[in-house]
Write a protein that binds this ligand. Structure first.
Ligand code: AMP
Ligand code: MG
Length: 497
């Protein structure tokens, strides 16, 4: 352990702990320490997340930090645990699941006074590992790390990622791979599945404890609801529905497919969590399935909004013992049906540079989406080129992206009319802040992963710095904003991770 000498006086990184989840008691988790991995090395670090947590840069550069975030050295003040939850997977009740390869170190208080749970993913076996080995492989850990920070950069609610460490320890998936650990950060990692767990088990006292914890910690306004006969649990269901609707609207607008929207992968805070076989669309195909373990397309891009509602319905069912009346639970879910389309329309209007709403906007949006789908136009490139076109500095032609150019011309005429009432600079500014130049396309992640397997981590760092500011031009990285190469369509991403 002589690598730790430089960090012995500071194995706590100066963190302050509050560990509120742990105070819920043993019904909710099992205490256990992460399992060590030999000879760890840094794969990626987010200095932005370190700053948010109040971790000094020198400490994040120390070998103590490397050992801590691999699970090899206990962080003083932490109280590691794995939580228990259940869930519906691919539409079927899966029974008990839980943190099978994640260990929560505890909750720290940031310098701003916010609570943040730290979780090591890939840190070894837990009582909830079922058939798994408790590990995560390098490729999926890099994907989760980069996508968490990419979503943050896009302004989409998400769990964050502090760092990834790797080890040459072998892990067997379809082939031999190596192990890695991602340190994830979120105000809470509580999932819909946590509620389902206690509800399906008939453990209504624990269900109430959990719901009260979430309301008091994250949705205190639910206690004052004038709706639902003043029932705070119905108000919670409504509030979670609203956040989930807004999150999925942002996914749709940016072309993000989550890939595994099981109820155990749905955050009670409306955060994007559990990055697995996700994908940002290349060509616009509404029925796109990003997960090769989902041949039926349950989680296809255009099904995500309906699946979100289905999952909220499961949450409503789980909360029924606290809400009392099924009619009240249904009423609490109802706002989703208005919030989602309104949020999506607002997002799409911003993509078009329209700061206000007009009745004809829906048709304008539907028409261009139909055209993009018909001609399988690259989604990100289209919106960015349109933004540059409106900004008056179109370098790359928009028409080249389409096969049916007369149809595009007709739409552009109609769109130009609509833009006339708005100062051009205002539209352009809105569009360039809404339509990213850079997204984490599969092939970009893949290239960084291939290099990382050969211990070259510069690609990971480079992508991170681009994706943290995806709306900036980054002229040196133009190639990373281009079309995907042909081989991109042969990348197969499944649940295996
Ligand atoms: P996921 O599909 O990654 O959200 O995982 C579903 C469930 O399987 C969760 O309870 C995970 O903790 C568990 N799980 C996934 N992979 C592993 C693994 N390699 N070892 C142990 N548990 C795992
Ligand atoms: Mg999961």
């Amino acid at each position: 352990m002589n690598t730790l000498v430089d960090g012995l006086m500071a194995v706590d990184g100066g963190l302050r702990w509050s560990n509120r989840f742990a105070a819920l008691g043993p019904a909710f988790f099992t205490r256990l320490a992460p399992q060590p991995l030999p000879a760890p090395y840094w794969v990626g670090r987010s200095w932005a997340v370190a700053r948010e947590l109040g971790l000094p840069e020198e400490w994040m550069a120390s070998s103590a930090a490397l050992e801590v975030f691999t699970g090899n050295l206990p962080l003083s003040g932490s109280a590691p645990l794995a939580s228990v939850y259940s869930g519906h997977q691919f539409g079927h009740w899966a029974g008990q699941l839980g943190d099978g390869r994640a260990i929560m170190l505890g909750e720290v208080v940031t310098p701003e006074g916010a609570g943040r749970e730290l979780q090591l993913k890939g840190s070894g076996l837990t009582p909830y590992s079922r058939m798994g080995d408790g590990r995560a492989v390098l490729r999926s850990s890099i994907r989760e790390f980069l996508c968490s920070e990419a979503m943050q950069g896009l302004g989409i609610p998400t769990s964050r990622a502090l760092c990834v460490t790797g080890s040459d320890e072998e892990v067997y998936r379809e082939a031999l791979e190596t192990a890695a650990v991602v340190t994830r950060v979120a105000p809470s990692f509580i999932r819909f599945g946590h509620f389902e767990h206690f509800s399906h088990g008939g453990r209504h006292a624990e269900l109430k404890t959990l719901a009260d914890f979430v309301i008091d910690g994250f949705y205190p306004e639910c206690r004052q609801t004038p709706l639902y006969g003043g029932n705070p649990y119905a108000a919670l269901l409504e509030a979670v529905s609203a956040r989930t609707a807004a999150m999925v609207a942002q996914w749709q607008a940016v072309g993000f497919c989550h890939g595994v929207m099981n109820t155990d992968n749905m955050s009670i805070l409306g955060l994007t969590i559990d990055y697995g076989p996700f994908q940002f669309l290349d060509a616009f195909d509404p029925g796109h399935i990003c997960n090769h373990s989902d041949p039926q397309g349950r989680y296809a891009y255009n099904r995500q909004p309906n699946i979100a509602y289905w999952n909220l319905f499961c949450l409503g069912q789980a909360l029924l013992p606290l809400i009392g009346e099924p009619d009240v639970a249904m009423a609490a879910l109802e706002p989703f049906k208005a919030i989602f389309p309104n949020e999506l329309e607002a997002q799409m209007r911003a993509k078009l540079g329209l700061p206000d709403a007009q009745p004809q906007d829906r048709e304008l949006i539907e028409t261009i989406l139909k055209l993009l789908a018909q001609d399988r136009v690259d989604y990100t490139i289209f919106w960015r080129r349109l933004s540059r076109h409106v900004a008056g500095d179109a370098v790359e032609p928009l028409r080249d992206l389409f096969v049916d150019r007369p149809a595009l011309d007709a739409w552009m005429l109609y769109y130009s009319e609509r833009l006339k009432s708005i100062p051009r600079w205002e539209s352009a500014d809105l569009m360039l802040k809404t339509n990213p130049k850079y997204v984490l396309r599969n092939h970009l992640g893949e290239e960084a992963i291939r290099a990382a397997k050969d211990k070259d981590f510069t690609g990971v760092a480079r992508l991170l710095s681009l994706l943290e500011r995806p709306f900036d031009e980054h002229p040196d990285s133009e190639a990373l904003a281009g079309f995907p190469p042909d081989w991109a369509s042969t990348i197969s991403i499944s649940c295996s991770s």
